[in-house]
Design a protein around this ligand. Sequence first.
Ligand code: ZN
Length: 320
Amino acid sequence: MKFFVCVALLAVVPAVFGVNNWSYHTQETWPLISGSQCNGNSQSPININSSIATTTDLGSFVLDGYTDENTNMDLVNNGNKIVIQFHDDVEDLYKLSGGGLPTTYTATHIHFHWGSMNSGGSEHQIDSTPYPAELHVAHYDKSKYADLTAAVTSMQWDAATILGAFIEVGEHNTAFDPFLSHISQIANYSSGVTSLGQGNLPSFPIRSVLPSDLSKFYRYNGSKAVPDCNEAIIWTIFTDTISISQAQLDIFRTVYGEHADAQGNYEVVDNYRYLQPLNGRTVYYSRPTPESTDGGAVTISPMRALFIVALTICMLFNRF
Ligand SMILES: [Zn+2]
């Protein structure tokens, strides 16, 4: 009897106290949280089946300000993941458009998901294969919404967008050093020191932590992958991956969070949501066609090259 009362309480408490009490250890209770849309039809993350993705060319991304350096960002242990939060004035530096997005979006933070073992840790999977970790850059439509929270709670499908990239184990990646070298200072959530602010975090351009090739990606409409699971996110998952060393990945695994697992362990690992059903949604695979621009280098088709040669000859004849 006591057992059933406890189970009932575990289900009801999150519903009463709202989204702040969710954890990755109790995902089955997320749909019970008051106002949650976690059992909706367009949820994230998903397994991307490459063989049924619709191939297209959504064009190149335009990343404005992503190569600039600034110091106005905080490194945060929010109790369930590591976040690099941009200050309001810095947000305006980062504008994302192109890539088939319907408008221009403003970057607001970067966060990470990772596993306890290298065999898993990413939220998304490609052909049922997970990666050891996944990086997300969250953006919202600042022309319409005050902040990311206002955007996702609007429930408009295009209110926010996330750039996602898989992290693999390989060579040491110096682009990750500016923040990984400081995680030890915020690694223990219960210490109360959970944020490293301006001036204490070396500056870095956020483009440096993204994959080098952003021209090929998957695209689908989905949701925020934590409660309230609002279906207001346009997702991009790049096919090119990021490499970091095993030692760098292990630094993520030194983080202690807010919620314990069933064994009373507060280590932040396996902080990803379970895969969600596709429910008939279309997943696009975008890659440059021969006539399009790829990474700043314009590829010219034979017909266009012939036209340019003919035009040059005509201009020379006119000149002489
Ligand atoms: Zn995420």
